[in-house]
Write a protein that binds this ligand. Structure first.
Ligand SMILES: [Zn+2]
Length: 354
């Protein structure tokens, strides 16, 4: 067999898998330069996805996610982290996490569940003086205990940013989650610098994700820690922000850099890890080898699965992706092209190009 390259299956360590619909209606506003906040005021943004998800049936949400998972596999991905966070009420958050559990059992990709009840404050709690604290009370008092008692998630994430949760609120939520046995991870320093990275390191988070706004002290803290630095260049690319995370500085400082798609309808509508590799090379200035490492074994580490997946070694699962290229560097080199020829999960072929 010539002209093919075998890699470990990609581990996509940051996705918002379950959502009701695209947000293509906001796309033109974004192209025209509308800010996150302006789009929110026009009824767009995360709350738009929340409204749509609450109104959607579990069957349709599941069918949409299942179709996406087949596409993930067709690009060489074999493990997918998935977050709740478009429900933001008890019923809808549990609905998402239960669907993730069903999908994990019913299709070949492994799904790693993260509870993101603290994505943003939902509309019904906004505009009231104690709205945020009442919503946090709901997350901690009602949602978290149910998630834990039903074993619906392994991780707890918080969107710690302007317009979402402060560092102190994030600390409260993640500390409580940790006491309940959920490992913390964070959306950190995407839109503004909040100190979320330092908080993540302090709490022993599995990963701090985004990191567009990190400063030198954050980079140093990550480098000294066991917390992965997960970069999501698809987001900046889709939004046209050209505000990519300082991957080179993170790598040179010694941080554990991972890459993920951040598959979601608002800021990164892609399931393609090869496209993320292309962005990592051309925009983040990572070498093809660094990018592949970040999308496989480092991402497995970010999901605490590095002993089981993420590399081709005796004793690990046979999760692999085969590409129709002459040289591994051609995987990021051909951008936006489908070069994946076959994907295997646990020794079974789950995708084969016709
Ligand atoms: Zn995200």
């Amino acid at each position: 067999m010539g002209g093919r390259v075998v890699l470990p299956g990609f581990v996509d360590s940051h996705t918002h898998l379950i959502h009701a619909a695209s947000r293509a209606e906001e796309y033109e506003l974004k192209i025209q330069g509308a800010s996150y906040e302006e789009i929110g005021r026009k009824g767009g943004g995360i709350l738009n996805s929340v409204r749509k998800l609450r109104a959607e049936s579990a069957e349709r949400l599941k069918a949409r996610a299942r179709a996406a998972l087949e596409e993930f596999a067709s690009y060489g991905t074999t493990t997918v982290e998935a977050k709740s966070g478009y429900g933001l009420d008890l019923t809808s958050e549990l609905k998402i996490l239960r669907l993730q559990r069903e999908l994990n059992r019913e299709q070949p990709l492994e799904i790693v569940s993260t509870f993101l009840g603290a994505h943003v404050v939902p509309a019904e709690f906004r505009g009231k003086p104690d709205g945020t604290s009442r919503y946090i009370a709901l997350v901690l008092g009602r949602m978290l205990p149910e998630v834990v008692s039903d074993h619906l998630a392994e991780f707890c994430d918080v969107f710690c940013d302007r317009g979402a949760f402060t560092r102190n609120e994030s600390r409260r939520i993640l500390s409580a989650a940790k006491q309940h046995g959920l490992a913390p991870r964070l959306h950190a320093e995407q839109l503004s610098h909040t100190g979320a990275t330092q908080l993540g390191v302090e709490l022993g988070a599995a990963s701090c994700d985004h990191l567009e706004q990190v400063n030198t002290a954050d980079i140093r803290a990550l480098a000294k820690s066991e917390t992965a630095a997960t970069l999501l260049p698809g987001c900046d690319f889709h939004l046209g922000w050209a505000n990519y995370a300082p991957a080179r500085k993170l790598i040179e400082a010694g941080a554990i850099v991972a890459l993920a798609t951040d598959y979601n309808p608002g800021t990164s509508p892609t399931v393609s890890m090869p496209m993320v590799l292309s962005l990592a090379c051309s925009q983040l200035r990572m070498s093809p080898a660094e990018a592949i490492t970040a999308a496989t074994v480092n991402a497995a580490y970010a999901l605490r699965r590095e002993t089981r997946v993420g590399s081709l070694e005796a004793g690990k699962q046979a999760d692999l992706a085969v590409f129709e290229v002459e040289d591994y560097r051609e995987i990021p080199y051909y951008f936006g092209m489908q070069r994946c020829w076959m994907t295997m999960k646990n020794g079974e072929i789950i995708y084969m190009r016709n």
